[in-house]
Design a protein around this ligand. Structure first.
Ligand SMILES: Nc1nc2c(ncn2[C@@H]2O[C@H](COP(=O)(O)OP(=O)(O)OP(=O)(O)O)[C@@H](O)[C@H]2O)c(=O)[nH]1
Ligand SMILES: [Mg+2]
Length: 514
């Protein structure tokens, strides 16, 4: 189709962003949203199209509860249940809060003094007509208003998530924004809130759409090459230009994939494993971080036998902190199971913090550090160290020597006396923010990939681009197919495929005429 139409219109054209745009050639793009079936247009049943209502705030006693209504009959709902104080029907002024009474549509009985606002389609959350009733929050009030709405035959109670679903169907939100909205509501720490707000606001959508349009631009070059052939109707070097662009695109995608999984980790919580030999003060550290006696602390080595996990907010980051059994060789069956679990926990963690007793590992006469082999095997370049029980040393340790042996992320403290603990906490928080913070104090960029789903589609897009790059210029038809799949993979992240994209890009990016 593209081939025949285009070849009739175009005789010679050149490619690139700087080129002229033909006037009035672009057809308007028709956006299609994909749900389960990537090839079917969305068809809604009558029930699905009905006006829906639901309580949008938690049930219980509070100042205000909001009941939301969305759909083609939202205005009818207003006319039936919203009355001004003189009991006359009022036409809503869109997007403006109005003082009113909520009445039962059949009995005309006043149910509550309220505020109501009408959002006219398409400028609403769902893109449909939306009505919000801000009533007093109490069980009896809420149920009486919901009962009043259920008396209207053109309304039904919304399914879970149906308002957001309608916002998605209406094109107000793409899938990344829907996910962002959900994450925003569930955010428990600053960094989770920040990342979710960015996604809900459309930052991820813009990032992925940019990637997709770049792939489509690349595909448009290849399509033109298929239609017209280099050197005849097309300028020389188009194939090379498309390849160069594809290489750049793959680099950009890999950049997003190799972000240390920051987005996913912040969403689900960073896993911090506290490990070390018995009696070093691991449980004391957990209690210090939690600011309560969460773990049992005794002077008996081997007190902690199993993993104890706590969810904590450290420096605005969500951490799942695990206290583990002290690592040593033992014949005790229960203890050895605990030690095995501890090892697995350390290996599966995002951050490992090794707690050591200074008097056990530091030789004051030679200022050297000796770490037991059972601990050494778990240490990587990323491991952090807390050298505890500094109060037991008669001469202060040489910090320089310790940092030389263990790296910069090593701190000396006494969890018993509290010496050095606040400095450790501040430095540890800074280190975590440096590694994982999303656009916080440390200025790290907000990660684009925040869900495993995004990662999977980006990986397949990158593989399709790789396959395109394998094809020689003679097999360019097959290569174009790979690029088409790559664009589709990225499109799936937002749940959106634009059927007219390629046609649009051909006419937008190419200068037509001799
Ligand atoms: N002197 C001194 N004692 C400490 C310090 N921190 C912890 N302790 C003591 O060391 C002992 C062991 O502390 P825990 O926190 O239970 O050590 P652990 O590493 O969890 O030990 P296990 O669970 O047996 O592996 C307890 O008696 C603590 O009171 C410290 O900074 N100085
Ligand atoms: Mg312990």
């Amino acid at each position: 189709m593209i081939r025949r139409n285009a070849s009739r219109i175009l005789t010679k054209f050149s490619i690139g962003n700087s080129l002229n745009v033909s006037s009035g050639r672009c057809s308007s793009s028709q956006t299609r949203f994909l749900h389960n079936d990537p090839n079917s247009d969305l068809v809604l049943s009558d029930v699905q199209k009905k006006t829906i209502y639901a309580l949008s705030t938690p049930v219980g006693k509070a100042g205000v509860a909001v009941i939301r209504v969305s759909g083609p009959d939202a205005l009818e709902v207003w006319k039936n249940v919203v009355k001004n104080n003189s009991k006359q029907l009022i036409e809503p002024e869109p997007w403006k809060m109005q003082r009113c009474k909520i009445v039962h549509p059949e009995r005309n009985e006043a149910l509550d003094d309220a505020l109501a606002v009408f959002f006219k389609s398409p400028k609403s959350f769902t893109t449909e007509d939306v009505l919000e009733l801000h009533i007093h929050s109490g069980r009896a009030i809420i149920s009486s208003v919901l009962a009043a709405l259920s008396a209207l035959p053109f309304c039904r109670l919304a399914e879970p998530g149906e308002f957001t679903r309608r916002a998605f169907n209406g094109g107000r939100l793409d899938l990344t924004q829907v996910e962002g909205l959900k994450d925003l509501i569930e955010a428990e720490t600053e960094s989770q809130r920040r990342i979710a707000l960015q996604a809900a606001g459309g930052a991820s959508r813009a990032g992925f759409e940019h990637l997709r349009s770049e792939i489509i631009h690349c595909l448009a070059m290849v399509e033109a090459l298929i239609d017209f052939g280099e050197g005849e109707d097309l300028e020389e070097g188009v194939f090379e230009e498309a390849r160069t662009k594809a290489i750049q695109l793959n680099k950009a995608i890999r950049g997003h994939l190799e972000d240390g999984r920051r987005g996913e980790i912040i969403r689900s919580g960073l896993r911090l494993a506290i490990f070390g030999p018995p009696n070093a003060g691991k449980s004391s550290l957990l209690n210090f971080l939690a600011q309560r006696e969460a773990a049992i602390v005794t002077s008996v080595p081997g007190t902690t036998r199993d993993i104890l996990e706590l969810s904590l907010d450290i420096g605005g980051l969500p951490l799942i902190v695990a206290d583990t059994a002290g690592l040593r060789t033992t014949d005790d069956l229960v203890e050895s199971i605990g030690i095995e679990r501890a090892r697995n926990m350390v290996q599966g963690s995002n951050v490992a913090l090794c707690v050591l007793s200074l008097s056990e590992i530091y030789d004051t006469t030679t200022s050297s550090v000796h770490i037991p082999p059972s601990i050494k095997e778990l240490i990587t370049t990323e491991t952090c160290f807390l050298l505890n029980k500094s109060d037991l040393l008669t001469t202060p340790p040489l910090e320089e020597q310790i940092r030389k042996a263990l790296g910069q992320n090593a701190w000396i403290v006494s969890l018993e006396s509290g010496q050095g603990t606040l400095e450790f906490l501040r430095a540890f928080e800074d280190m975590l923010k440096q590694r994982y913070d999303a656009d916080g104090d440390q200025g790290a960029s907000v990660p684009l990939v925040t869900h495993a789903r995004h990662r999977a589609h980006l990986i397949s897009a990158s593989q399709f681009i790789d396959s395109f790059l394998q094809y020689p210029s003679e097999d360019i038809v097959l290569g174009a197919e790979e690029l088409r799949y790559a664009a589709q993979s990225v499109g799936k992240i937002g749940g959106l495929i634009d059927v007219e994209d390629i046609l649009d890009a051909v006419f937008r990016d190419f200068c037509i005429g001799k």
